[in-house]
Design a binder for this molecule. Sequence first.
Ligand code: SAM
Length: 231
Amino acid sequence: MNGSKTDSEEGVHGASGSEKDPLIRFRPKCYKGIRLQPETTHMSLKDKHKWDAKYGVSEYITGREPCEWLQHNADLLTGQGRALDIAAGEGRNAVFAAEKGYEVLAIDISETGLDKAHALADQKKTKLETQVVDLDEWKFKKNAFDLVLCFNFLDRRIFHKIKNTLKPGGLIFCETFTVDHLKHSDFKREWVLEHNELLNVFREYHIIRYREMDRDEKAFASMVARKKNDA
Ligand SMILES: C[S@@+](CC[C@H](N)C(=O)[O-])C[C@H]1O[C@@H](n2cnc3c(N)ncnc32)[C@H](O)[C@@H]1O
């Protein structure tokens, strides 16, 4: 599933990187076309460097196949309309949605990851649109997507934006680590979901399928939910 070695060792949104990095010391307003807020520059650049370095190898560190949760619930995917993959990484889930027929936008702070997402789409004879963005400040359009995917990325500050960008009637797939994962890793508490947290965040949605698992030293929650038409 999602829990590649990479995920479990360093967290889905964890920081690393050197404090000696000149980009971090000078805190630019803009880096490679991404506008950066002063208060988010430090963490975002660290994340960018960390993920660019991880993805800068020839193999796909998270694999070429979609997360099991997406694959196992593919019966819910109509393939109609637009899909957004948030923090898409190397694109395994975005490419799967494109193969199902969606017009997919894959966004991530790592250009290296998104380059690999394009290469994967080519291999699978499909297409993606990608954007290198910092989710700390990306402007989510209201009611813009029929499908939203968010795997192995947790930033509670953007939950309301994610909800807003889904069209009424649209589907959201979410999966990431839970508090039970802390016994398997040195993740910070803020990087993991509380029990039932997704159920609470999406309480006005129709929760179609939900599970919490703790297996093979990975503990995570997975949800697929539909935004109600009157939302
Ligand atoms: C664990 S990976 C998950 C990748 C993908 N969702 C998957 O499951 O294969 C987390 C991703 O979050 C991205 N990320 C971290 N901070 C970000 C930010 N501020 N803005 C956009 N993407 C970010 C990283 O570049 C990385 O690709």
